[in-house]
Design a protein around this ligand. Sequence first.
Ligand code: SAM
Length: 273
Amino acid sequence: MEENKVKYTQMNIWKKRKQKVSQDLLDKFVIRDMNAWENLNADLIITDPPFGIEFNGKNGNYHRNVDNVVDGYVEWKISEYGEKIGQLLKCVKKNLKEKGQSLIFSGWNNSNIIHNKIIQTKGLILRGKLYWVYNFAPSCKRRPAHNVYEIYWITKGDNWYYNNRCSTQHCLNGEPNLATLIFKRDYKINMPKYPTRLPFKLLQCLLEHFSKEGDLVFDPLCGSGMIGVVSHILKRDFIMGDLNEKGKIVFEHLLGYYLNKNRLTQSQNLMKW
Ligand SMILES: C[S@@+](CC[C@H](N)C(=O)[O-])C[C@H]1O[C@@H](n2cnc3c(N)ncnc32)[C@H](O)[C@@H]1O
């Protein structure tokens, strides 16, 4: 009862602060199962599947007030993980153009399942793996703490687009190493949060290397819709979906924040490693 009251008050504060963002942009986030997408002909599919670790985003070892974290995150059971990854790869194959490519995130726990499913899928070629190093470990009580995500790079054929330089710190100092990407999580305060939201700069780095302006970017498991926010700002078109309608609340606030239509602030304190 008390918990519901806290949530209700929080929702009202968010509603009051909310500024209008274009309906056209909001409509590009569709509440839809990943299996329902057909023939999008996307240039780039970037997606971050559930981890299969009974995750709900409310764990206390995060840099955030859990009252601000929206619920409704759909996790996958470990018993169904292989089947779900098979469905995700089918979705990638159906919706990627011939010269398109895909980047699929993975935590370390079930990475072997994703790896094996990709190499068993006819019509998709595993080209390599990138590693994203992030600032999670400082708030974990248990040591050593793991703070690396794997990103599987997949193509359909032998032709794909690649741009040698991006405009983030990844390429600004010396020769860029595309195997290891070091980006902090960009925590926000005073706004609804989505568990596992990916940081702006990491997505900017990937979009600038693997796509060009005007390309269609697709994410069938978009959570907060962060990929749409970054795509829009970098002048890529986008379409995305998730089963969790609460993700759209976060998406709308993120658009407001990044398009500078509201006064929400980034916590500088939490940006420290
Ligand atoms: C790791 S999160 C994605 C987070 C996202 N990358 C972000 O930056 O916010 C995985 C998402 O997949 C969604 N999901 C799980 N099963 C799904 C399905 N069958 N169809 C669509 N979305 C699904 C979950 O609700 C969750 O939001």
